[in-house]
Design a protein around this ligand. Sequence first.
Ligand code: PEP
Ligand code: MN
Length: 300
Amino acid sequence: MTEPQAAQAAPEPPKKLPPYKLTSRITHPEDSLVRVGDLTVGGPEFIVMAGPCSVEHDPQMLGTAWDVKLSGAHIIRGGAFKPRSSPYSFQGLAEEGLKMLSKARELTGLPVVTEVMDSTDIDLVESYADILQVGARNSQNFSLLKRLSKCRKPVLLKRGLMNTVDELLCSAEYLLAGGNDQVILCERGIRTFEPSTRNTLDISAVPAIKERSHLPVIIDPSHASGKRHYVAPLAKAALAVGADGLMIEVHCAPELALCDGEESLTPQSFRELMAQLADIAPHFGRRISTLSQHEESKGL
Ligand code: PEP
Ligand code: MN
Protein backbone atom coordinates (compact mmCIF):
# COMPACT_ATOMS: atom_id res chain seq x y z
CA MET A 1 0.00 0.00 0.00
CA THR A 2 1.38 3.38 -0.91
CA GLU A 3 1.73 6.03 1.79
CA PRO A 4 -0.66 8.99 1.44
CA GLN A 5 1.21 12.00 0.02
CA ALA A 6 1.98 14.76 2.53
CA ALA A 7 -0.51 17.55 2.00
CA GLN A 8 1.15 20.35 0.03
CA ALA A 9 1.03 23.77 1.68
CA ALA A 10 -1.51 25.82 -0.23
CA PRO A 11 0.17 28.73 -2.03
CA GLU A 12 -0.42 32.06 -0.28
CA PRO A 13 -3.10 34.08 -2.03
CA PRO A 14 -1.60 37.22 -3.59
CA LYS A 15 -1.88 40.20 -1.24
CA LYS A 16 -4.49 42.70 -2.32
CA LEU A 17 -2.86 45.99 -3.23
CA PRO A 18 -4.11 49.15 -1.50
CA PRO A 19 -5.05 52.18 -3.63
CA TYR A 20 -1.51 53.46 -3.08
CA LYS A 21 0.23 50.77 -5.09
CA LEU A 22 3.77 52.07 -5.67
CA THR A 23 3.87 53.64 -2.21
CA SER A 24 2.92 50.34 -0.60
CA ARG A 25 5.42 48.01 1.05
CA ILE A 26 3.80 45.14 -0.82
CA THR A 27 5.29 46.31 -4.12
CA HIS A 28 8.54 47.57 -2.51
CA PRO A 29 9.42 45.62 0.64
CA GLU A 30 12.76 47.42 1.24
CA ASP A 31 12.93 50.84 2.92
CA SER A 32 13.38 53.60 0.35
CA LEU A 33 16.25 56.02 0.70
CA VAL A 34 15.90 59.61 -0.47
CA ARG A 35 19.13 61.32 -1.54
CA VAL A 36 19.61 65.02 -1.04
CA GLY A 37 23.10 65.95 -2.23
CA ASP A 38 25.34 63.72 -0.16
CA LEU A 39 22.73 63.16 2.54
CA THR A 40 20.52 60.11 2.76
CA VAL A 41 17.09 60.30 4.35
CA GLY A 42 15.84 56.93 5.61
CA GLY A 43 19.24 55.46 6.51
CA PRO A 44 21.02 55.29 9.89
CA GLU A 45 21.67 59.04 10.05
CA PHE A 46 18.75 60.78 11.80
CA ILE A 47 18.19 63.80 9.56
CA VAL A 48 17.29 67.14 11.15
CA MET A 49 15.86 70.00 9.08
CA ALA A 50 15.87 73.30 10.97
CA GLY A 51 15.37 77.00 10.45
CA PRO A 52 12.80 79.74 10.76
CA CYS A 53 9.15 79.38 9.89
CA SER A 54 9.50 82.20 7.36
CA VAL A 55 12.44 83.80 5.62
CA GLU A 56 12.31 87.42 6.84
CA HIS A 57 15.58 89.17 6.01
CA ASP A 58 19.22 88.33 5.36
CA PRO A 59 20.56 88.67 8.92
CA GLN A 60 17.69 86.56 10.33
CA MET A 61 17.99 83.82 7.68
CA LEU A 62 21.77 83.70 7.51
CA GLY A 63 22.24 84.01 11.29
CA THR A 64 19.75 81.22 12.03
CA ALA A 65 21.14 79.01 9.24
CA TRP A 66 24.65 79.35 10.59
CA ASP A 67 23.53 78.62 14.16
CA VAL A 68 21.61 75.47 13.21
CA LYS A 69 24.50 74.23 11.09
CA LEU A 70 26.90 74.59 14.02
CA SER A 71 24.48 72.60 16.18
CA GLY A 72 24.46 69.71 13.68
CA ALA A 73 21.36 70.32 11.53
CA HIS A 74 21.60 68.62 8.13
CA ILE A 75 19.14 70.71 6.11
CA ILE A 76 18.03 74.36 6.35
CA ARG A 77 14.32 75.15 6.30
CA GLY A 78 12.55 78.47 5.71
CA GLY A 79 9.29 79.48 4.03
CA ALA A 80 9.20 82.02 1.21
CA PHE A 81 5.59 81.26 0.25
CA LYS A 82 3.55 81.09 3.44
CA PRO A 83 0.10 79.48 3.73
CA ARG A 84 -1.46 81.88 6.29
CA SER A 85 -5.00 81.56 7.62
CA SER A 86 -5.53 85.31 7.37
CA PRO A 87 -4.82 87.18 4.15
CA TYR A 88 -3.56 90.08 6.30
CA SER A 89 -0.77 88.02 7.89
CA PHE A 90 2.78 88.00 6.50
CA GLN A 91 2.61 86.01 3.27
CA GLY A 92 6.35 85.46 2.74
CA LEU A 93 8.97 87.17 0.57
CA ALA A 94 8.50 84.91 -2.49
CA GLU A 95 11.55 85.02 -4.82
CA GLU A 96 13.42 87.46 -2.58
CA GLY A 97 13.12 84.86 0.20
CA LEU A 98 14.28 82.07 -2.11
CA LYS A 99 17.40 84.14 -2.86
CA MET A 100 18.09 84.45 0.87
CA LEU A 101 17.74 80.68 1.20
CA SER A 102 20.27 80.27 -1.61
CA LYS A 103 22.68 82.51 0.28
CA ALA A 104 22.11 80.39 3.39
CA ARG A 105 23.02 77.30 1.36
CA GLU A 106 26.18 79.00 0.05
CA LEU A 107 27.15 80.08 3.56
CA THR A 108 26.56 76.76 5.28
CA GLY A 109 26.96 74.22 2.48
CA LEU A 110 23.66 72.67 3.61
CA PRO A 111 20.75 71.91 1.29
CA VAL A 112 17.50 73.85 1.70
CA VAL A 113 13.85 72.80 1.92
CA THR A 114 11.08 75.28 1.22
CA GLU A 115 7.37 75.17 0.51
CA VAL A 116 5.75 75.52 -2.89
CA MET A 117 2.08 76.45 -2.63
CA ASP A 118 1.05 76.91 -6.23
CA SER A 119 1.70 74.95 -9.43
CA THR A 120 2.67 78.16 -11.22
CA ASP A 121 5.62 78.63 -8.80
CA ILE A 122 7.09 75.12 -9.14
CA ASP A 123 9.76 76.02 -11.72
CA LEU A 124 10.83 79.03 -9.68
CA VAL A 125 11.01 77.15 -6.37
CA GLU A 126 12.71 74.17 -8.01
CA SER A 127 15.43 76.47 -9.35
CA TYR A 128 16.39 77.48 -5.77
CA ALA A 129 15.40 74.60 -3.47
CA ASP A 130 16.95 71.19 -2.87
CA ILE A 131 13.69 69.75 -1.51
CA LEU A 132 10.20 71.04 -2.38
CA GLN A 133 7.79 71.03 0.53
CA VAL A 134 4.07 70.43 0.17
CA GLY A 135 2.40 71.92 3.24
CA ALA A 136 -0.42 70.38 5.26
CA ARG A 137 -3.01 72.58 3.58
CA ASN A 138 -1.99 71.38 0.12
CA SER A 139 -1.54 67.73 1.02
CA GLN A 140 -4.55 66.80 -1.12
CA ASN A 141 -4.03 69.39 -3.86
CA PHE A 142 -3.90 66.72 -6.52
CA SER A 143 -3.11 69.02 -9.43
CA LEU A 144 -0.11 70.41 -7.49
CA LEU A 145 1.00 66.84 -6.69
CA LYS A 146 0.67 65.79 -10.35
CA ARG A 147 2.87 68.70 -11.42
CA LEU A 148 5.40 67.92 -8.66
CA SER A 149 5.56 64.31 -9.82
CA LYS A 150 7.42 65.62 -12.89
CA CYS A 151 10.07 67.42 -10.79
CA ARG A 152 13.55 66.02 -10.49
CA LYS A 153 13.97 67.21 -6.90
CA PRO A 154 12.78 65.33 -3.78
CA VAL A 155 9.43 66.30 -2.28
CA LEU A 156 8.65 66.61 1.44
CA LEU A 157 4.95 65.81 1.72
CA LYS A 158 3.22 66.86 4.91
CA ARG A 159 0.11 65.16 6.24
CA GLY A 160 -3.05 67.20 5.86
CA LEU A 161 -4.70 68.54 9.00
CA MET A 162 -7.68 66.20 8.58
CA ASN A 163 -6.10 63.33 6.65
CA THR A 164 -5.81 59.69 7.60
CA VAL A 165 -2.54 57.84 7.11
CA ASP A 166 -4.03 56.08 4.07
CA GLU A 167 -5.02 59.44 2.55
CA LEU A 168 -1.46 60.68 3.05
CA LEU A 169 -0.14 57.58 1.30
CA CYS A 170 -2.61 58.14 -1.57
CA SER A 171 -1.25 61.69 -1.92
CA ALA A 172 2.28 60.28 -2.05
CA GLU A 173 1.06 57.89 -4.74
CA TYR A 174 0.32 60.86 -7.04
CA LEU A 175 4.03 61.71 -6.86
CA LEU A 176 5.26 58.15 -7.40
CA ALA A 177 2.72 57.38 -10.10
CA GLY A 178 3.85 60.44 -12.06
CA GLY A 179 7.51 59.41 -11.84
CA ASN A 180 8.95 61.07 -8.72
CA ASP A 181 9.84 58.43 -6.13
CA GLN A 182 12.04 60.79 -4.07
CA VAL A 183 9.38 61.41 -1.45
CA ILE A 184 9.74 62.06 2.29
CA LEU A 185 6.56 61.98 4.39
CA CYS A 186 6.01 64.27 7.36
CA GLU A 187 3.68 63.85 10.33
CA ARG A 188 2.99 67.36 11.66
CA GLY A 189 -0.02 66.86 13.90
CA ILE A 190 -3.69 66.57 13.06
CA ARG A 191 -6.80 68.42 14.21
CA THR A 192 -8.52 66.82 17.18
CA PHE A 193 -10.76 68.02 20.02
CA GLU A 194 -7.71 68.49 22.30
CA PRO A 195 -6.92 72.18 22.85
CA SER A 196 -3.68 71.89 24.87
CA THR A 197 -1.60 71.80 21.73
CA ARG A 198 -2.01 73.55 18.38
CA ASN A 199 -2.49 70.13 16.74
CA THR A 200 -2.26 66.59 18.09
CA LEU A 201 0.96 64.83 17.19
CA ASP A 202 -0.09 61.41 15.92
CA ILE A 203 2.99 59.55 17.04
CA SER A 204 1.43 56.23 16.01
CA ALA A 205 1.39 57.43 12.41
CA VAL A 206 5.09 56.54 12.25
CA PRO A 207 4.79 52.77 12.86
CA ALA A 208 1.54 52.77 10.85
CA ILE A 209 3.32 54.36 7.87
CA LYS A 210 6.38 52.14 8.28
CA GLU A 211 4.17 49.06 8.18
CA ARG A 212 2.28 50.14 5.08
CA SER A 213 4.90 52.02 3.09
CA HIS A 214 8.61 52.01 2.26
CA LEU A 215 8.92 55.80 2.21
CA PRO A 216 10.92 57.63 4.89
CA VAL A 217 8.93 59.63 7.43
CA ILE A 218 9.94 62.55 9.61
CA ILE A 219 8.13 64.40 12.41
CA ASP A 220 7.56 68.13 12.76
CA PRO A 221 7.08 68.70 16.51
CA SER A 222 6.93 72.49 16.07
CA HIS A 223 3.70 72.70 14.07
CA ALA A 224 2.35 69.65 15.91
CA SER A 225 2.56 71.33 19.31
CA GLY A 226 2.64 75.07 18.66
CA LYS A 227 4.59 75.45 21.92
CA ARG A 228 8.36 75.69 22.08
CA HIS A 229 8.68 73.89 25.41
CA TYR A 230 6.94 70.79 24.00
CA VAL A 231 9.29 70.54 21.02
CA ALA A 232 12.19 68.76 22.78
CA PRO A 233 10.14 65.94 24.38
CA LEU A 234 8.26 65.34 21.13
CA ALA A 235 11.50 65.35 19.13
CA LYS A 236 12.89 62.64 21.41
CA ALA A 237 9.67 60.66 21.01
CA ALA A 238 10.11 60.90 17.22
CA LEU A 239 13.54 59.33 17.47
CA ALA A 240 12.27 56.60 19.81
CA VAL A 241 9.25 55.71 17.67
CA GLY A 242 11.36 55.11 14.55
CA ALA A 243 10.99 58.32 12.53
CA ASP A 244 13.80 59.03 10.08
CA GLY A 245 14.25 62.63 11.13
CA LEU A 246 12.75 65.90 12.25
CA MET A 247 11.73 69.31 10.97
CA ILE A 248 12.14 71.95 13.69
CA GLU A 249 11.49 75.69 13.66
CA VAL A 250 14.38 77.75 15.03
CA HIS A 251 14.58 81.56 15.04
CA CYS A 252 17.48 83.75 16.10
CA ALA A 253 14.98 86.01 17.95
CA PRO A 254 11.66 84.15 18.33
CA GLU A 255 9.97 87.10 20.05
CA LEU A 256 10.45 89.10 16.82
CA ALA A 257 9.38 86.33 14.42
CA LEU A 258 6.77 87.31 11.82
CA CYS A 259 5.25 83.83 12.03
CA ASP A 260 5.19 80.98 14.60
CA GLY A 261 7.58 82.60 17.10
CA GLU A 262 5.79 80.86 20.00
CA GLU A 263 6.79 77.43 18.70
CA SER A 264 10.30 78.39 17.50
CA LEU A 265 13.33 77.27 19.48
CA THR A 266 16.14 79.69 20.22
CA PRO A 267 19.48 78.67 18.70
CA GLN A 268 20.68 77.87 22.23
CA SER A 269 17.80 75.49 23.03
CA PHE A 270 18.17 73.89 19.59
CA ARG A 271 21.86 73.26 20.32
CA GLU A 272 20.97 71.59 23.63
CA LEU A 273 18.30 69.45 21.96
CA MET A 274 20.70 68.31 19.22
CA ALA A 275 23.27 67.27 21.82
CA GLN A 276 20.63 65.25 23.69
CA LEU A 277 19.36 63.63 20.50
CA ALA A 278 22.91 62.70 19.44
CA ASP A 279 23.42 61.04 22.84
CA ILE A 280 20.28 58.92 22.73
CA ALA A 281 20.22 58.14 18.98
CA PRO A 282 22.45 55.01 19.24
CA HIS A 283 19.91 53.43 21.64
CA PHE A 284 17.48 53.46 18.74
CA GLY A 285 19.86 52.27 16.03
CA ARG A 286 20.45 55.80 14.70
CA ARG A 287 23.21 58.35 14.74
CA ILE A 288 23.54 62.09 14.43
CA SER A 289 27.02 62.81 13.10
CA THR A 290 28.91 65.72 14.55
CA LEU A 291 29.82 68.53 12.20
CA SER A 292 33.41 67.31 11.92
CA GLN A 293 32.33 63.70 11.19
CA HIS A 294 29.99 65.05 8.55
CA GLU A 295 32.62 67.21 6.87
CA GLU A 296 35.10 64.30 7.05
CA SER A 297 32.64 62.06 5.22
CA LYS A 298 32.46 64.71 2.49
CA GLY A 299 36.28 64.78 2.32
CA LEU A 300 36.51 68.36 3.64
C1 PEP B 1 5.66 74.96 7.45
O1 PEP B 1 6.36 73.96 7.63
O2 PEP B 1 6.15 76.06 7.18
C2 PEP B 1 4.19 74.86 7.54
C3 PEP B 1 3.39 75.85 7.15
O3 PEP B 1 3.77 73.71 8.07
P1 PEP B 1 2.36 72.96 7.89
O4 PEP B 1 2.09 72.93 6.41
O5 PEP B 1 2.63 71.61 8.48
O6 PEP B 1 1.34 73.75 8.65
MN1 MN C 1 5.58 77.69 10.85
